[in-house]
Ligand binder design. Structure first.
Ligand code: PEP
Length: 252
Protein backbone atom coordinates (compact mmCIF):
# COMPACT_ATOMS: atom_id res chain seq x y z
CA UNK A 1 0.00 0.00 0.00
CA UNK A 2 1.42 3.38 -0.98
CA UNK A 3 1.82 5.79 1.91
CA UNK A 4 0.73 9.41 1.37
CA UNK A 5 3.64 11.78 2.12
CA UNK A 6 3.09 14.23 4.95
CA UNK A 7 4.65 17.66 5.46
CA UNK A 8 3.94 18.84 8.99
CA UNK A 9 4.97 22.08 10.62
CA UNK A 10 5.49 22.43 14.37
CA UNK A 11 5.29 26.06 15.35
CA UNK A 12 6.24 25.40 18.97
CA UNK A 13 5.46 28.50 21.10
CA UNK A 14 5.64 30.94 18.21
CA UNK A 15 3.11 33.20 16.50
CA UNK A 16 0.37 35.44 17.79
CA UNK A 17 -3.06 35.12 16.20
CA UNK A 18 -2.22 38.08 13.92
CA UNK A 19 0.98 36.36 12.81
CA UNK A 20 -0.83 33.06 12.24
CA UNK A 21 -3.40 34.90 10.13
CA UNK A 22 -0.66 36.49 8.01
CA UNK A 23 0.94 33.05 7.49
CA UNK A 24 -2.38 31.52 6.42
CA UNK A 25 -3.07 34.40 4.05
CA UNK A 26 0.33 34.07 2.41
CA UNK A 27 0.03 30.27 2.17
CA UNK A 28 -3.41 30.72 0.61
CA UNK A 29 -1.86 32.84 -2.13
CA UNK A 30 0.42 29.90 -3.03
CA UNK A 31 -2.04 27.07 -2.50
CA UNK A 32 -1.60 25.91 -6.12
CA UNK A 33 1.95 24.90 -5.13
CA UNK A 34 0.57 22.41 -2.61
CA UNK A 35 0.34 19.10 -4.46
CA UNK A 36 -2.80 17.02 -4.07
CA UNK A 37 -0.90 13.75 -3.50
CA UNK A 38 0.64 15.06 -0.27
CA UNK A 39 -0.91 15.68 3.15
CA UNK A 40 -0.07 18.94 4.91
CA UNK A 41 -0.57 20.05 8.48
CA UNK A 42 0.45 22.79 10.87
CA UNK A 43 0.71 22.04 14.59
CA UNK A 44 0.03 25.44 16.11
CA UNK A 45 -0.38 26.87 19.60
CA UNK A 46 -3.98 26.41 20.79
CA UNK A 47 -4.63 30.14 20.50
CA UNK A 48 -3.99 30.09 16.74
CA UNK A 49 -6.06 27.02 15.88
CA UNK A 50 -9.22 29.02 15.25
CA UNK A 51 -7.71 31.43 12.74
CA UNK A 52 -5.99 28.52 10.98
CA UNK A 53 -9.24 26.56 10.78
CA UNK A 54 -10.90 29.51 9.10
CA UNK A 55 -8.06 30.66 6.86
CA UNK A 56 -5.73 27.80 5.91
CA UNK A 57 -6.09 26.40 2.38
CA UNK A 58 -8.39 23.36 2.59
CA UNK A 59 -5.62 20.85 1.94
CA UNK A 60 -3.65 22.00 5.02
CA UNK A 61 -4.95 20.34 8.19
CA UNK A 62 -4.74 21.54 11.75
CA UNK A 63 -2.60 19.86 14.35
CA UNK A 64 -2.13 20.48 18.06
CA UNK A 65 1.15 20.22 19.93
CA UNK A 66 -0.17 18.71 23.13
CA UNK A 67 -3.23 17.30 24.86
CA UNK A 68 -4.15 15.98 28.31
CA UNK A 69 -5.28 12.33 28.22
CA UNK A 70 -8.58 12.65 30.12
CA UNK A 71 -12.07 13.32 28.75
CA UNK A 72 -12.77 16.17 31.19
CA UNK A 73 -12.29 17.04 34.82
CA UNK A 74 -10.41 19.14 37.35
CA UNK A 75 -7.22 19.54 35.30
CA UNK A 76 -6.72 23.29 35.36
CA UNK A 77 -4.91 24.61 32.33
CA UNK A 78 -5.27 21.47 30.22
CA UNK A 79 -7.12 20.73 26.96
CA UNK A 80 -8.89 17.42 26.34
CA UNK A 81 -8.81 15.23 23.21
CA UNK A 82 -12.56 15.74 22.80
CA UNK A 83 -12.11 19.53 22.79
CA UNK A 84 -9.48 19.27 20.06
CA UNK A 85 -11.44 16.77 17.97
CA UNK A 86 -14.65 18.81 18.18
CA UNK A 87 -12.67 21.79 16.99
CA UNK A 88 -11.61 20.00 13.81
CA UNK A 89 -8.07 19.12 14.83
CA UNK A 90 -6.77 16.18 12.83
CA UNK A 91 -3.28 15.52 14.24
CA UNK A 92 -1.80 15.82 17.74
CA UNK A 93 1.88 15.57 18.63
CA UNK A 94 2.77 13.27 21.52
CA UNK A 95 6.18 12.86 23.09
CA UNK A 96 7.97 15.74 21.40
CA UNK A 97 11.45 15.88 22.93
CA UNK A 98 10.78 19.36 24.34
CA UNK A 99 7.84 17.93 26.29
CA UNK A 100 9.86 14.92 27.41
CA UNK A 101 12.80 17.00 28.63
CA UNK A 102 11.26 20.32 29.74
CA UNK A 103 8.00 18.95 31.14
CA UNK A 104 9.13 15.52 32.30
CA UNK A 105 6.77 13.47 30.13
CA UNK A 106 7.45 9.77 30.60
CA UNK A 107 6.88 7.05 28.01
CA UNK A 108 3.85 6.02 30.07
CA UNK A 109 2.34 9.52 29.86
CA UNK A 110 3.13 9.68 26.15
CA UNK A 111 1.31 6.36 25.68
CA UNK A 112 -1.74 7.67 27.59
CA UNK A 113 -1.79 10.65 25.26
CA UNK A 114 -1.40 8.52 22.13
CA UNK A 115 -4.28 6.27 23.17
CA UNK A 116 -6.48 9.24 24.11
CA UNK A 117 -5.79 10.91 20.75
CA UNK A 118 -6.79 7.72 18.91
CA UNK A 119 -9.90 7.25 21.08
CA UNK A 120 -11.01 10.77 20.14
CA UNK A 121 -10.69 9.94 16.43
CA UNK A 122 -7.55 11.99 15.75
CA UNK A 123 -4.14 10.89 14.47
CA UNK A 124 -1.27 10.74 16.96
CA UNK A 125 2.16 11.89 15.84
CA UNK A 126 4.44 9.98 18.18
CA UNK A 127 7.82 11.70 18.40
CA UNK A 128 10.86 9.59 19.25
CA UNK A 129 14.59 10.10 19.13
CA UNK A 130 17.87 9.76 20.95
CA UNK A 131 19.86 12.56 22.59
CA UNK A 132 23.51 13.25 21.85
CA UNK A 133 25.02 11.13 24.60
CA UNK A 134 22.75 8.23 23.68
CA UNK A 135 23.83 8.58 20.05
CA UNK A 136 27.50 8.73 21.01
CA UNK A 137 27.20 5.63 23.16
CA UNK A 138 25.55 3.65 20.34
CA UNK A 139 22.11 3.49 21.93
CA UNK A 140 20.04 5.05 19.13
CA UNK A 141 18.21 1.88 18.09
CA UNK A 142 17.54 0.79 21.67
CA UNK A 143 16.17 4.20 22.69
CA UNK A 144 14.02 4.63 19.61
CA UNK A 145 12.69 1.06 19.73
CA UNK A 146 11.79 1.47 23.40
CA UNK A 147 10.01 4.78 22.80
CA UNK A 148 8.09 3.31 19.87
CA UNK A 149 6.95 0.13 21.62
CA UNK A 150 5.95 1.99 24.78
CA UNK A 151 4.34 4.81 22.83
CA UNK A 152 2.04 2.55 20.79
CA UNK A 153 1.32 -0.02 23.53
CA UNK A 154 -2.34 -1.00 23.60
CA UNK A 155 -3.19 0.35 20.13
CA UNK A 156 -4.93 -1.88 17.58
CA UNK A 157 -3.18 -2.76 14.34
CA UNK A 158 -5.55 -0.38 12.49
CA UNK A 159 -4.75 2.49 14.84
CA UNK A 160 -1.01 1.97 14.40
CA UNK A 161 -1.50 1.82 10.63
CA UNK A 162 -3.17 5.27 10.70
CA UNK A 163 -0.65 6.77 13.13
CA UNK A 164 2.42 8.85 12.35
CA UNK A 165 5.81 8.35 13.94
CA UNK A 166 8.32 11.19 13.79
CA UNK A 167 11.96 10.20 14.21
CA UNK A 168 13.59 13.33 15.59
CA UNK A 169 17.12 12.98 16.95
CA UNK A 170 17.11 15.38 19.91
CA UNK A 171 20.55 16.75 18.99
CA UNK A 172 19.22 17.75 15.55
CA UNK A 173 16.19 19.71 16.76
CA UNK A 174 16.73 23.44 16.34
CA UNK A 175 20.50 22.93 16.13
CA UNK A 176 21.09 23.31 12.40
CA UNK A 177 22.56 19.78 12.41
CA UNK A 178 20.71 16.92 10.76
CA UNK A 179 21.07 13.19 10.72
CA UNK A 180 22.35 11.97 7.38
CA UNK A 181 19.53 10.79 5.16
CA UNK A 182 21.06 7.29 5.28
CA UNK A 183 21.16 7.22 9.10
CA UNK A 184 17.57 8.49 9.29
CA UNK A 185 16.54 5.78 6.81
CA UNK A 186 18.25 3.11 8.92
CA UNK A 187 16.29 4.22 11.99
CA UNK A 188 13.03 4.43 10.01
CA UNK A 189 13.57 0.89 8.71
CA UNK A 190 14.23 -0.31 12.24
CA UNK A 191 11.02 1.36 13.46
CA UNK A 192 9.06 -0.61 10.83
CA UNK A 193 10.66 -3.86 11.92
CA UNK A 194 9.90 -3.13 15.59
CA UNK A 195 6.25 -2.51 14.66
CA UNK A 196 6.15 -5.67 12.53
CA UNK A 197 7.41 -7.61 15.54
CA UNK A 198 5.17 -5.99 18.19
CA UNK A 199 2.03 -5.34 16.12
CA UNK A 200 1.94 -6.86 12.63
CA UNK A 201 3.28 -6.50 9.11
CA UNK A 202 0.26 -4.56 7.84
CA UNK A 203 0.68 -1.85 10.49
CA UNK A 204 4.45 -1.72 9.90
CA UNK A 205 3.92 -1.20 6.21
CA UNK A 206 1.18 1.42 6.56
CA UNK A 207 2.42 3.62 9.43
CA UNK A 208 3.89 6.89 8.19
CA UNK A 209 7.37 7.73 9.44
CA UNK A 210 8.65 11.31 9.29
CA UNK A 211 12.12 12.65 9.84
CA UNK A 212 12.47 15.79 11.96
CA UNK A 213 15.46 17.85 13.05
CA UNK A 214 16.63 21.02 11.27
CA UNK A 215 14.78 20.17 8.05
CA UNK A 216 14.83 23.07 5.58
CA UNK A 217 13.88 23.66 1.96
CA UNK A 218 17.40 22.80 0.82
CA UNK A 219 17.75 19.47 2.65
CA UNK A 220 14.22 18.02 2.72
CA UNK A 221 14.54 16.18 -0.60
CA UNK A 222 17.34 13.93 0.66
CA UNK A 223 15.13 12.65 3.48
CA UNK A 224 11.94 12.11 1.58
CA UNK A 225 13.73 10.20 -1.17
CA UNK A 226 14.45 7.45 1.37
CA UNK A 227 12.09 4.50 0.96
CA UNK A 228 11.04 4.32 4.61
CA UNK A 229 10.71 8.07 5.22
CA UNK A 230 7.30 9.45 4.31
CA UNK A 231 7.73 13.13 5.04
CA UNK A 232 9.04 15.62 7.56
CA UNK A 233 8.16 17.27 10.85
CA UNK A 234 9.58 20.76 10.60
CA UNK A 235 9.99 23.33 13.36
CA UNK A 236 11.85 26.55 12.56
CA UNK A 237 11.55 26.33 8.78
CA UNK A 238 7.76 25.96 8.99
CA UNK A 239 7.32 29.43 10.47
CA UNK A 240 7.61 31.18 7.10
CA UNK A 241 4.91 30.48 4.54
CA UNK A 242 7.48 30.86 1.75
CA UNK A 243 9.68 28.08 3.24
CA UNK A 244 6.63 25.87 3.79
CA UNK A 245 5.76 26.30 0.10
CA UNK A 246 9.34 25.56 -0.95
CA UNK A 247 9.32 22.36 1.12
CA UNK A 248 5.94 21.43 -0.31
CA UNK A 249 7.37 21.81 -3.81
CA UNK A 250 10.30 19.57 -2.89
CA UNK A 251 8.01 16.89 -1.47
CA UNK A 252 5.27 17.01 -4.08
C1 PEP B 1 10.57 20.17 15.83
O1 PEP B 1 10.19 21.13 16.49
O2 PEP B 1 9.97 19.09 15.88
C2 PEP B 1 11.75 20.34 14.98
C3 PEP B 1 12.18 19.32 14.27
O3 PEP B 1 12.35 21.57 14.97
P1 PEP B 1 13.45 22.12 13.91
O4 PEP B 1 12.94 21.77 12.55
O5 PEP B 1 13.51 23.58 14.17
O6 PEP B 1 14.73 21.39 14.21
Amino acid sequence: MARTPLLMGNWKMYKTVAEARAFAEELGQHSQALGTAVDYAICAPFTSLHVLRVMLPAQVKMGAQNVYPEKEGAFTGEISPLMLAEFGTQYVLAGHSERRTLFGESDQMVNHKVRAIVDAGMIPVLCVGENLSQKESGQTQAIVSGQVTQGIAGLSSDAVARAVIAYEPVWAIGSGKTATAEDAETVAREIRSVIAEHVDAAAANAVRILYGGSVKPDNIAGFIQQPNIDGALVGGASLKASSFVEMASAIG
